[in-house]
Ligand binder design. Structure first.
Ligand code: 9PG
Length: 663
């Protein structure tokens, strides 16, 4: 692949207040600004009408002095576009800022002939993430609580055709015309940023709506606040654009911990897990001759209740003894916690209600309902700005690490810390409350402990955690139509949608953090996945790199599964440092043709029927594969490339092939 981004040069038309690309059919014009303030609990949206502009050769300066709140912006164009914004409170009274909205009413891209595609990056780990076309619309779960759990109620889709909401960054473009724009938020990540595109069907026109969500942060009298810069770039290849965005957006990291692999209790034992289960899995592991795994994770189920983190009766010997056993087996002990939530009836909600975020009525802020925790599985958001909670968090994490001996913390349901609510200290945006929570955990745990974020909004975690779950939970089934159509939940857990996020977010790996694709299930019983489906999950994990965890009852593993696990980890050691490139990114909601720069190619059939795959290789892949031969990894079958055609014959529903590319 050509490592160079096609040089894009932008020009300014100060009269029309527009920016245009020199060589691609792409123009953004007009700008309207709205600010939403929270005045005594009433949200008030103000249009910043008196927008003054002054232009200079490489940019435009905007200023809106409304008297209540002033906004200054600097738009700079050269090979890319950068927009920097500052808010100033000129008055004597404190303000509480909800949102700053920028509307670009006219966004022209490509010709009228082909459909637009828009990439949606969901709010958090579990949220729906894939490309849509202008003829699609987003669904919203029927139960309001479900949106809080997996999406973002502050950025709810309109459900209109062609309206696609994305967070942190988006791509908009015409795959058939090879023209794309990437727009994204860059460091220091202090607010949530939404890029919402409304496509006009059958045209080359869209409206772009950019929203900074401060979540009611206080802007004190005379305070000046810099918002996260917005960065844009245009080009012909969407993968090159994502790569360019990631180079600007990801912090330079001195050292990265290696991606851990091993075992996790959740997807076999679930909340029923007991000390005896951990022992029997460890025993099975130790009976094998040096499988060489790094990590053994005790997931949800050991605690008395979420919000009361003492071990329950199923763990009579305490957590320290488990950690010790795992360490003796040569692995790092890992433990699951949900640091920013607590259930009703827990010590935290009963004894320390002041440590929680509050809703409009002053009640503990509900953060969701989890059926795994029973019919009364409602839980509430802790307030990371409260000094009492901060001290408690510090002591708890220090105890887990220094006293009990855990070296890996899976921090789950962390979105709760950044939900919209009333905090003890309003000088934090909702996003910053989560960053603060991660910082406090890091301070108590130390640099060497591996922090894995899960159920986590993405941008507040950048630079704070070592690993990030990048998709919804896997499950021992491919897809549950009943659940999907009854709930209209766009993010239901299942293997198909886990793979969708793994492949669409593969490029984040080793840029923002180590990707956690979630666990592979190798078991052949108590598993609704057929062979094709099990291997499609394995192949997606392998081709994307990242962590390699298994979640089965190891005592049931036959020699076959131990061998398979060892082969998978051998492959992952090779793909993990590589770069994953979804070749048909933006063309299909789930990429079907995925390359890893360490020399692997995966091909998937996500259709529910057998498909005869005869691929005409796109230029980018032709270059990568020129003069190479392909060997299917699991069946060791060689495939010839004839010219630029790859003929793979029939592929069963949900099947995949993983090739090693050799020269
Ligand atoms: C433990 C699990 C595992 C898993 C996590 C997370 O929508 N929900 O109700 C919902 C429940 C559980 C869940 C995600 C969503 O899974 O991703 O790996 O640790 O918690 O409870």
């Amino acid at each position: 692949m050509n490592p160079l981004i096609s040089k894009s040069t932008w020009t300014i038309d100060p009269q029309r207040c527009s920016i245009r690309h020199a060589s691609l059919p792409l123009e953004l014009s007009g700008l309207k600004m709205y600010i939403t303030l929270n005045r005594t609990r009433r949200h008030e949206k103000i249009a910043l009408n008196s927008l003054k502009r002054s232009s200079f050769p490489s940019g435009i300066e905007y200023s809106a002095d409304s008297g209540t709140l002033n906004v200054h912006m600097l738009l700079n164009v050269n090979d890319q576009v950068t927009l920097r914004s500052r808010m100033i409170n000129p008055g004597d009274e404190d303000l509480y800022v909800e949102k700053l909205e920028l509307v670009i009413p006219s966004f022209l891209i490509g010709s009228h002939d082909h459909a637009l595609s828009v990439f949606k990056n969901g709010h958090q780990s579990w949220s729906e993430t894939h490309s849509f076309t202008e003829r699609d619309w987003e669904t919203v779960p029927i139960l309001a609580g479900m949106e809080k759990l997996q999406g973002n109620p502050r950025n709810s889709p309109t459900r209109l055709i062609g309206d696609i909401n994305s967070e942190m960054f988006t791509l908009v473009g015409k795959p058939r015309e090879h023209v794309f724009l990437v727009a994204g938020q860059i460091q220091p990540y202090r607010q949530f940023l939404y890029f919402n595109t409304s496509c006009r069907t059958f045209s080359n026109r869209a409206r772009l709506h950019i929203v900074f969500d401060l979540g009611g942060r206080r802007l004190a009298s005379r305070e000046e606040l810099d918002l996260d810069p917005i960065w844009m770039q245009a080009g012909q290849d969407p993968n090159e654009l994502v790569d360019a965005y990631l180079s600007v957006a990801a912090p330079q990291r001195d050292e990265t911990k290696p991606a851990p692999n091993g075992w996790c209790s959740w997807y076999y034992h679930f909340a029923k897990v007991a000390e005896t289960d951990i022992h029997s899995n460890l025993d099975a592991y130790q009976h094998q001759e040096n499988p060489g795994w790094d990590l053994f994770v005790v997931d949800d189920g050991y605690e008395k209740v979420v919000g009361d983190w003492q071990p329950n009766g199923k763990f009579p010997n305490g957590l320290g003894s488990i950690a010790e056993k795992i360490t003796q087996a040569g692995m790092s002990p890992g433990i699951w916690i949900a640091p920013f939530i607590a259930r009703k009836g827990s010590v935290l909600t009963e004894k320390c209600p002041e440590w929680f975020l509050k809703d409009k009525k002053g009640r503990l802020l509900n953060a969701g309902w989890n059926p795994n925790w029973g019919l009364d599985g409602f839980y509430y958001s802790l307030d990371t700005t409260h000094p009492g909670f901060q001290q408690y968090l510090h002591n708890w994490i220090e105890r887990l690490v220094k006293k009990e001996g855990f070296r890996f913390l899976k921090l789950d349901f962390t979105y709760a810390a950044s939900l919209y609510g009333q905090a003890y200290d309003s000088d934090y945006s909702s996003a910053e409350r989560l960053t603060l929570g991660y910082r406090l955990i890091r301070e108590a745990a130390g640099q060497d402990v591996f922090l894995l974020a899960c159920g986590s909004p993405l941008s507040p975690a950048i630079g704070q955690v070592d690993g990030m779950r990048v998709g919804p939970d896997v499950a021992p089934y491919w897809f549950s139509p009943l659940r999907y159509y009854l709930t209209r939940d766009p993010h239901p857990l299942c293997v198909k949608f886990a793979i969708r996020s793994i492949l669409n977010r593969g490029p984040f790996h080793r840029r923002f953090w180590i990707n956690d694709p979630d666990c592979m299930l190798l078991r052949e019983t108590e598993n609704g996945l057929n062979d094709e489906e099990r291997f499609s999950l394995i192949n997606a994990v392998v081709v994307s790199g990242g962590m390699g965890l298994f979640s089965d009852h190891l005592a049931t593993y036959k020699e076959r599964q131990w061998q398979l696990a060892s082969s998978i980890l051998g492959l992952l050691r090779r793909t993990e440092p590589g770069r994953m490139i979804p070749i048909d990114f933006m063309e299909k909601p789930i990429p079907e043709l995925v390359f890893n720069s360490s020399g692997f190619l995966a091909v998937f059939n996500f259709a529910n029927r057998t498909v005869f795959k005869k691929l005409v290789l796109p230029d980018s892949l032709k270059e990568l594969l020129s003069g190479a031969s392909l060997t299917e990894v699991w069946k060791q079958k060689k495939i010839e490339i004839h010219g630029n055609v790859l003929d793979l014959g029939p592929m069963k529903p949900h099947a995949s092939l993983l090739f090693e590319v050799s020269r």
